[in-house]
Design a protein around this ligand. Structure first.
Ligand code: CDP
Ligand code: CDP
Length: 222
């Protein structure tokens, strides 16, 4: 499936990767991989059975054994709809904590690459362009100021019915940025051949149009 085109969208927390990736996929009729959801699902499963965040062997087993279905915007974990549960900040923070383990990352590689099927894939995460799809047709690195990102995540959480404090969110977001970019295994960083887009002053539509435009340009110049 190496001929199937892939667009990777990496970047820090709440930079807009998920929202933008989903809409780019819709615009092009491509499949969509939310790789962060795989880390969140493993995190949620690990919280449910109450293991330590550094119990790597059990985490790897969980990552291999859990049954995951993505359909029509919903995520099922072993048959249960957990679409909302995995969006809790506690689960996001646990996801970031377990994502430092190289063995866990390794265990999730095949599941991620399996999403690459015709007519194409848009994949978002931290290491889509650097590790999982190094031969992607287009690699985008989305950024935005900490203030813009904290503000976006705050609105999202309130909308979903979670309680949230802007100060706590900014603090957690910085901590997550630091951990994601400083870890040894697949740290968050733009691929050498990525195009960086700062979305602090762009709305979703403008961001989607920019990415789709870049992709069409790439395909024409191939
Ligand atoms: O996936 P990631 O954590 O990077 O971000 P997200 O879950 O897509 O959340 C981004 C939020 O910011 C969404 O509520 C978007 O509507 C909003 N937003 C955006 O994604 N892009 C912009 N350029 C402006 C706002
Ligand atoms: O929505 P947000 O950007 O905060 O998080 P996410 O994309 O759902 O990912 C949750 C956590 O999983 C991140 O903080 C990363 O530590 C980890 N992750 C990763 O290590 N590699 C990926 N490809 C995707 C997520």
């Amino acid at each position: 499936n190496l001929k199937v085109p892939v667009i990777t969208i990496d970047g820090p927390t709440a930079s807009g990767k998920g929202t933008v990736a989903q809409q780019v996929a819709d615009a092009l009729g491509f499949h969509y991989l939310d790789s962060g959801a795989l880390y969140r699902l493993t995190a949620l499963a690990s919280l449910k059975i109450g293991i330590d965040e550094n119990d790597v062997d059990t985490l790897v087993e969980l990552a291999q054994d859990i049954h995951i279905v993505f359909r029509e915007g919903c995520v099922r974990l072993d048959g249960e709809d957990v679409s909302l549960d995995i969006r809790a900040e506690s689960v996001g923070n646990r996801a970031s904590a377990i994502a430092v383990h190289g063995a866990l990352r390794q265990a999730l590689i095949a599941r991620q690459r399996a999403f690459r099927v015709p007519p194409g894939l848009v994949a978002d995460g931290r290491d889509m362009g650097t590790v999982i799809f190094p031969d992607a047709s287009l690699k985008v690195f989305l950024t935005a100021s900490v203030e813009a990102r904290a503000d976006r995540r705050y609105k999202q959480l309130i909308e979903k019915g979670f309680s949230a404090k802007l100060d706590d969110l900014s603090r957690d977001l910085r901590a997550r940025d630091d951990r994601d970019s400083q870890r040894a295994a697949a740290p968050l960083k733009p691929a050498d051949d990525a195009l960086t887009l700062d979305t602090s002053n762009l709305d979703v539509d403008q961001t989607v149009q920019t990415v789709v435009g870049w992709f069409r340009e790439r395909m024409q110049n191939k």
